[in-house]
Design a protein around this ligand. Structure first.
Ligand code: ADP
Ligand code: ZN
Length: 531
């Protein structure tokens, strides 16, 4: 039977209005909901804020039995359940934060058919007791939220998710709906195969968030740059500032407060009460800025976040997209702003080199970082690049609402500069067996007789001073772009620069290296032209 003809079809809209108080479905919500109500499996790829929750909540209310929702977001379960209860939906959860008595109560409700929705942490399904509980009750559907956690290729892999393929084997007649906001082709394919959802219908929404303006700038004085952004464009606005470390979260929050901006820190090192309090204030108050590690934001539904700023480079394009996606859920103009510099690359390579896990794991982390760098250094429309990364073609159009569209970066032929820099690395690495970081290489190129240059006799190198035509910021740009193009690599604790397999092509003159001009110089060049 065609789902659209099903007698329940009208019921979905009724539930939407009666229970949730909304007038109409958005995007493909209705199609998805009717498909699942009809007993079909579904894989749903929809950006953050797209409205994934209703896609399993409404079928759970319409189908007989209890909808079981697998979610890794244990910290949010209480809130999700409270919000549903406030709407009159009978919801409960089972996770490790509960004591035995609380669990017993929820289990009894489940068995008595007194629940519409049951949220489960994935590790609960490792326990035979949970499985037999589900056997004894009536399950109407399984919703697998944050389904990208099953993908080892992805950025947020959780081993417990691998066991979820068992759902289909044990309960072949219960429909499953897998949902995620992460949508590369690789992740999508892995979700489908690992969860054994080859028969499912796939719903892939557009990942474009047209109201978000993407901007990526070179990092010089990150806190000052951030303050300038907030003062000039986002005074009094609510926003999230992401930093990599707890220490920089603290320092940045303090800096903003000292400069008259209402800001609070949020990271896993704060006690649970402070965290909950800062999160509650962010949701409740107007215009509060939360400075946070990426621990903050998963599942937080605040419609009027006007900006998301990154003071450090995200580890992957998926992460960047998910974090920036927390801006502008209400559809109003919002800013995604990222400051990144050479030091970010050095630091992240170091983290990858020192990370636990096998070589394949490190290669994946590296590939994620490379893709992020390529997005940072592109001279193309950011949105086009971002959507292309998620396998969505922009059909030759550009967005008009990102930094490269609004002020197209000038490019220059960086081949000679690249050759100078790479041959300096060659001189040190091949001829002397020495490896140095970007700072020393740039000092040599610019002909600076620093103590360290003299100590190592680097002023005697033939390349000493051959790069005095560029400023230091420009040389740093050259290094970043060579890294982003895979023509140079960085390794070790001190961020030493080393050649890659493709460096030779540039050195031999067999490859041109177009580069994005550093903004100050672009401005200077434009001024010179006007004069
Ligand atoms: P996601 O899980 O995809 O990030 P949510 O399910 O949390 O998104 O939905 C985002 C917001 O949009 C929520 O506030 C939700 O209530 C709202 N929403 C979802 N569907 C509709 C709809 N059809 N009409 C109005 N608001 C909706
Ligand atoms: Zn653009």
């Amino acid at each position: 039977m065609d789902a659209a003809d099903a007698p329940e079809a009208g019921e979905a809209v009724q539930v939407l209005r009666r229970v949730f108080g909304y007038d109409a479905f958005r995007g493909s919500q209705q199609e998805i909901i009717e498909h699942v109500i009809g007993g079909g499996d579904a894989v749903v790829l929809m950006p953050t804020g797209g409205g994934k929750s209703l896609c399993y909540q409404i079928p759970s209310l319409v189908r007989p039995g209890v909808g079981v929702v697998i979610s890794p977001l244990i910290a949010l379960m209480q809130d999700q359940v409270d919000a549903l209860r406030a709407l009159g939906v009978r919801a409960g959860f089972l996770n490790s934060t509960q004591d035995l008595e609380e669990r017993r109560l929820v289990e009894a409700e489940f068995l008595a058919g007194e629940l519409d929705l049951l949220y489960l942490a994935p590790e609960r399904l490792r326990v035979e007791q949970t499985l037999s509980l589900l056997d004894r009750g009536k399950v109407s559907l399984f919703a697998i939220d944050e389904a990208h956690c099953v993908a080892q290729w992805g950025h947020d892999f959780r081993p417990d998710y691998l066991a979820l393929s068992m759902l289909h084997e044990r309960w072949p007649d219960v429909p499953r709906i897998a949902l995620t906001a992460t949508a590369t082709d690789a992740t999508h394919a892995e979700i489908t195969s690992r969860l054994k959802m080859a028969e499912a219908r796939h719903f892939v929404a557009s990942f474009d968030r047209p109201n978000i303006q993407y901007r990526i700038v070179a990092k010089s004085e990150p806190k000052r740059q951030l303050l300038e952004l907030l003062r000039s464009e986002h005074a009094g606005d609510a926003g999230i500032v992401y930093c990599l470390s707890r220490a920089s979260v603290e320092k940045t929050a303090q800096f903003l407060v000292e400069n008259g901006i209402a800001a609070v820190p949020y990271h896993a090192g704060l006690d649970a009460r402070t965290r909950a309090e800062h999160q509650a204030r962010f949701l409740r108050e107007d215009g509060l800025v939360v400075v946070a590690t990426i621990a903050f934001g998963m599942g937080i539904d605040k419609p009027d976040v006007r900006f998301v700023a990154h003071l450090d480079l995200p580890k992957s394009v998926e992460g960047y997209y998910q974090e920036t996606g927390r801006a502008g859920r209400d559809g109003q103009p919002s800013t995604a702003w990222l400051a990144y510099g050479l030091q970010d690359v050095v630091q992240q390579r170091k983290m990858i080199d020192g990370s636990e896990g096998d070589e394949a794991h490190r290669r994946r982390l590296s590939a994620h970082l490379d893709a992020m760098l390529a997005l940072c250094e592109t001279v193309q429309c950011r949105r086009v690049r971002l959507l292309a990364y998620f396998g969505q073609d922009s059909a030759g159009t550009t967005c008009g609402n990102c930094d490269t569209c609004l002020s197209p970066p000038q490019t220059w032929d960086g081949t000679v500069a690249a050759q100078k820099l790479l041959s300096t690395v060659v001189r040190l690495q091949r001829e002397r067996g020495q490896k140095f970081g970007a700072g020393q290489i740039i000092d040599i190129l610019m002909g600076k007789k620093t103590a360290k240059v003299i100590q190592f006799d680097h002023d005697a190198l033939s390349v000493f001073g051959v790069g005095d035509d560029l400023r230091e910021a420009e040389w740093r740009g050259v290094v970043r772009q060579l890294l982003a193009q895979g023509l140079l690599s960085v390794e070790g604790d001190y961020g030493t620069l080393v050649l890659t397999g493709t460096s030779g092509e540039v050195l031999r003159g067999g490859r041109e290296v177009p580069m994005r001009r550093e903004p100050e110089k672009a401005a200077r060049a434009a001024k010179a032209k006007a004069a």
